[in-house]
Design a binder for this molecule. Structure first.
Ligand SMILES: Nc1nc2c(c(=O)[nH]1)N[C@H]1C(S)=C(S)[C@@H](COP(=O)(O)O)O[C@H]1N2
Ligand SMILES: [Mo]
Length: 374
């Protein structure tokens, strides 16, 4: 395990008592703590051996921390619509419901693994998780409100406030065509239970295939409008170089595009790395996903990438949803190094090295794990 991965795996919980007071004992035990306040909590690697991440182990990313819990909070859909809607949880749950299993991945997941180093929260692999989300398709809400001609974006307004006026609000929008896609929803439940406060209660946006910065929590308003939202988190933050750049390069704003769809990726959960295992049958397990298309295959190499064997896949394959992969092989005594490489149905192949970018987004290089047999 690299040093940064190790930190996320355990040593981060060292600030123990403060975290327990803030988050409750169970969360503090389960998650790696990057910052306790606001909560930036990592899912340990060992959870990436199953389809659904238990809610207690689901990562948390927040810019300012949650507002007070208010399950009576209302959601206003207005702007360029014929009939504004003012809904509460009861009104939302009375509408036809949809359920989708999808990965929520922070754009900055893997930032710690980019070289040269990039400023920001040093996520290794723990800025991603998968849950089952239930709610109302956003397009049903927009159809009910009646979007007017000329509208092209929906601005997402939230109840969490920046700590002081000089700090920009976490204000974001998504294009109307992405809002109208079948799987984009306003969710009120996660893994079959009402959304918890840290995950956006009472409602949040779910945008399968797109990075977490679009999955707005603590939603209070959906404002239909002509232009994208204005502010730091749209025109400055969450942007990527339009074309690959040299590691460490400065990229002028006009050569950037929004960071939206996450590229194909796989991560090995087990072996964790660094352990000793008996000689004989070995098993490599992990998850693989892509925001661009369903996963087509996952290959594992134990000879440094010279030859690859196809792993077996478990779970439904769809865009933005992870599958579990499993590969068994026999090993004689000695060190083993396993690599995993995922491919998606649109021809995307996980690269040996990730494309460095100034914000450290979308790290997706081959994940390598080493252990000792015998
Ligand atoms: N209102 C609000 N929504 C938010 C954020 C936030 O700070 N405030 N962070 C976003 C980011 S960057 C990510 S990665 C996801 C994380 O969701 P989670 O905490 O449920 O894992 O929430 C998104 N939605
Ligand atoms: Mo994020």
């Amino acid at each position: 395990m690299r040093r940064r991965e190790f930190l996320e795996a355990g040593a981060l919980t060292a600030i123990g008592s403060l975290v327990t007071r803030t988050l409750g004992a169970q969360t503090a035990e389960t998650l790696g703590v990057h910052t306790a306040s606001p909560q930036n909590l990592a899912t340990p690697l060992r959870y990436f051996d199953r389809e659904i991440t238990p809610t207690r182990a689901f990562f948390v990313r927040s810019h300012f921390g949650p507002p007070r819990l208010d399950r009576g909070r209302r959601l206003l859909i207005d702007g360029s619509v014929r009939t504004p809607l003012d809904l509460d949880l009861a009104a939302l749950t009375a509408m036809p419901q949809t359920t989708v299993t999808a990965v929520l991945q922070c754009a900055g997941n893997g930032r710690a693994l980019h070289a040269p180093r990039v400023a920001g929260i040093q996520w290794a692999h723990g800025g991603m998780s998968q849950a089952t989300w239930t709610g109302v398709p956003l397009r049903d809400l927009l159809a009910r409100a009646g979007v007017r001609r000329g509208a092209a974006h929906v601005e997402l307004r939230t109840a969490d406030l920046s700590p002081k006026p000089t700090v920009p609000a976490f204000l974001r929008s998504i294009p109307l065509d992405r809002a109208m896609e079948e799987t984009t929803m306003v969710a009120h439940s996660m893994n079959g239970a009402p959304l918890g406060l840290l995950h956006g209660a009472p409602f949040r946006l779910v945008v399968p295939g797109w990075s977490g910065n679009h999955w707005l929590k603590w939603l209070v308003g959906i404002h239909v409008q002509e232009n994208e939202a204005q502010g730091f988190y749209m025109q400055t933050g969450y942007r990527m170089p339009r074309a690959p750049v040299e590691p460490g390069a400065a990229v002028p704003p006009e050569q950037t595009v929004p960071a939206t769809t996450f590229p194909v990726k796989s991560v090995i959960a087990s072996p964790a790395g660094g352990e000793r295992r008996p000689a004989g049958p070995q098993q490599v397990v992990g998850v693989a996903f892509s925001g661009e298309a369903p996963i087509a295959k996952v290959e594992v190499s134990v000879d440094g990438g010279r030859t690859w064997a196809e792993a077996s896949l478990e779970g439904e394959r769809s865009l933005g949803r992870w599958v579990v992969f499993r590969h068994r092989f026999d090993a004689a005594a000695g060190p083993v190094r396993a690599l995993a490489r995922a491919s998606d149905a649109r021809g995307g192949v996980q690269p040996e090295r990730a494309a460095w970018n100034p914000s450290g987004y979308f790290w997706n290089a081959w994940h390598a794990v080493e252990w000792v047999v015998g």
